[in-house]
Design a protein around this ligand. Sequence first.
Ligand code: XUL
Ligand code: CO
Length: 438
Amino acid sequence: MKEFFNVRQVKYEGPESINPASFKYYDANRKVAGKSMRDHLKFALSWWHTLCGDGADMFGRGTAEKTFGGKTGLEIYENKVYAGFEMMEKLGIGYFCFHDRDLAPEGRNLAETNENLDCIAAAVQKEMKRTGIECLWGTANCFTHPRYLHGAGTSPNADVFAFAAAQIKKAIDVTIALGGRGYVFWGGREGYETLLNTDVGFEQDNMARLMRMAVGYARGKGFKGDFYIEPKPKEPTKHQYDFDAASTLAFLFKYGLEKDFKLNIEANHATLAGHTFQHELRIARVNGVFGSVDANSGDSLLGWDTDQFPTSVYDAALCMYEVLKAGGFTNGGLNFDAKARRGSFTPEDIFYGYIAGMDTFAKGLLAADKMISDGRLEGFIADRYGSYRTGIGKDVVSGKATLETLEAYALKMGEAASNASGRQEMLESILNALIFNS
Ligand code: XUL
Ligand code: CO
């Protein structure tokens, strides 16, 4: 078989290695808390950035070659399949995620577009069989084509809604055919530019209608995986309805979708919403809708979604802490929704990006495991709420207390007992030490 990358199998060489094409921390078979790193982390390749994104931005053309030697439309997309699987094999990545339009180009009409997709999906299926690599999740790209200029499920144009529905139906078919564990809704254009032309309530009702149709259809076809909403506050629209985890939760509960949907939390989307990555994961976890992760990072000096490969061990540690506390991934995993910078345009640069991301999360996993086994951080939190385990606090939690009984208690009390320090700096110092020593 033709080789696309002049890169050897990337191996674990340990933290002392100076070989940039090796893992320093990601040792796939190493056991952490009874499970291999491979099974904890469930790394996935993003088809769009890795095999399609050529570095084009608003001010400049592409800088990276992504035709993989193909001459015609379909030949290019078929070569992406072979290149993608070669890359995943060489990096030891077990999963991939895709949009319908990353896999195959649009034809002259929907029927031809669907044929293109079936043709490339067949090649993907063969490669999956050969390598044992699996599909983490699929999705429909309902944001690139000009027909979606006012949205897809939230478009004011019913014809566009119908087209989106047809596209999603096919994307679900392909996800099921590839054994995908999840199906993602990321509402890139499901929001608004101005309220002057927008019926917010109607648009959200329609989005929920489309999601219900998708659930009904997929479950009818035997899909047992999870649906995910991937929150993002803005970009490309000024305001996206799935702004952050909390607003997405409100949407899911309002429309009764919370049993089928979980959240796919992306680091750079969290920071765009003015939250930390950990905050978004925590909100998903404590509300029982933690599902999957789009691992990347933004740039603190830029106000848009830069989709950089994640290199902050600190953020990765806090992410993996939330993942471990959620009981680990079930259908989800860590999808690198990340791309090399425009100036890093060679194929090797993408390998270095994945290596950096995988090592960062391997170290993050080790640190998260330490955070839990060490027990000091969690012990501190448990103590902090200790007043609710006895006396009046216990009555509050059990539901026995009322405003009247609490008033009677307060009147007798004089002044409330003195507050304890929150010890933030001490806890931050403990966290640093745990990361350094992991
Ligand atoms: C866009 C983004 C998407 C979703 C899938 O910011 O993150 O690539 O992950 O549509
Ligand atoms: Co994403």
